[in-house]
Ligand binder design. Structure first.
Ligand SMILES: Cc1ncc(COP(=O)(O)O)c(C=O)c1O
Length: 359
């Protein structure tokens, strides 16, 4: 049946109505002030994307990707949805696929945390494993062919499917929630990059609304993004052996737009996980690893602002819930097996929050 038939159009209209109704039922995510002592005139905030129904910043992206594919006529009533994902996107896409009565298959690396696989299956999704993380794209494409499905391809479409001018994107929500704060126009917004979609949306938004805010992307040391940012000739690394899920890539993704990024900060996995543990203890609940990478970059920026006597606000993202990493980042045996020494990072960050700038 053609997707242009009245029956198919009616199905698409109902699908869009259901997604909009879900959006209408959902509250926006919170902007949490993070207490800072010893940094007069500087404030730090975290945009808590873990409070979305599917527990991460990828809930917004999944909604945009489904609306983009539906309105392009790429999905019909019988179309299986396939995605290549480290987990967060798959959890969110499985949620929307079930809402539309569609089969969902996530192509995930075999190393993906057990908690994330359980979260995908809890949302009604199936997991299809590949040993080589680099092979997820090609395998998702092949599988979509095999099942006559649609490969959602977050890495290609993240920057296209998201409305960067508004429509409650993450940037618009942040600026609205900062309106009554001492520094409503942030000096820095800090985020990570997996697809690059979040940094693209933030970078375009501040340029479109002509804010002076600058965008800083935090990146695992093993990732290609900060190398590509420094030298556009570098488009891949031998292997990205970072264990921070969701961010950092072995090759540059099409949705990463370095032209709208003002600075990048590379962070070691030990510092990311140390920061994950320290910010989790300060908030009284666990956060994911990419939140730790963000916090370490924020601490570096705030330390430099303080050294220059600069005032202003710094905003970053609490990307996902830490419960998903109980068997990894919050498991000392796993940390030891990874030969990661968290102590120096934990000490430095505790001192930072007590007013001792990061070295
Ligand atoms: C937990 C987590 N944090 C951050 C990101 C990065 O977001 P983006 O893909 O928009 O660059 C991802 C992406 O997958 C993620 O899963």
């Amino acid at each position: 049946m053609s997707r242009k038939s009245p029956v198919a159009r009616a199905w698409t209209a109902e699908a869009v109505r259901r997604i909009d109704a879900d959006f209408n039922r959902s509250a926006d995510t919170h902007l949490i002030p993070v207490e800072l002592s010893g940094y007069p005139g500087i404030e730090l905030y975290l945009k808590d994307e873990s409070s979305h129904p599917t527990g991460s910043l990828k809930h917004r992206l999944a909604r945009s990707l489904f609306l983009y594919a539906l309105c392009n006529g790429w999905i019909g009533a019988q179309t299986p949805i396939v995605e290549a994902s480290s987990g967060s996107t798959a959890v969110s896409e499985a949620y929307f696929a079930r809402m539309l009565g569609l089969r969902f298959i996530a192509v995930v690396p075999t190393i993906t945390a057990a908690e994330k696989i359980a979260a995908i299956e809890f949302q009604g999704g199936e997991c299809h494993f590949v040993d080589d993380p680099k092979a997820v794209h090609a395998e998702a494409e092949r599988l979509a062919q095999e099942v006559s499905g649609h490969y959602m391809d977050q890495f290609t479409y993240a920057e296209r499917a998201t409305d960067w001018r508004g429509n409650n994107n993450i940037a618009e929500s942040m600026f609205r929630q900062l309106a009554q704060e001492p520094h409503p126009i942030p000096r820095w917004i800090v985020c990570g990059a997996g697809t690059g979609g979040t940094s693209a949306t933030l970078g375009r938004y501040v340029r479109y609304y002509r804010y002076a805010t600058q965008i800083c992307v935090s990146d695992p040391e093993g990732s290609v993004f900060h190398r590509h940012y420094a030298d556009r000739g570098v488009t891949a690394v031998e292997r990205c052996d970072s264990c921070i899920e969701g961010i950092g890539r072995q090759h540059v993704e099409p949705s990463f737009i370095p032209e709208v990024v003002d600075r990048m900060i590379a962070v070691s996995d030990a510092c990311s996980i140390a920061a994950t543990r320290v910010i989790s203890e300060r908030l009284g609940r666990r956060c994911g690893g990419s939140t730790g990478t963000n916090i370490w970059a924020c601490a570096r920026l705030i330390s430099q602002m303080a050294a220059r006597g600069e005032a202003g606000s710094v905003v970053s993202i609490l990307c996902d819930q830490g419960e998903r990493y109980a068997s990894t980042y919050f498991n000392d045996a796993w940390i030891a097996q990874k030969k990661l020494d968290l102590a120096p990072g934990v000490a430095a960050l505790r001192e930072f929050f007590a007013g001792e700038r990061l070295p």
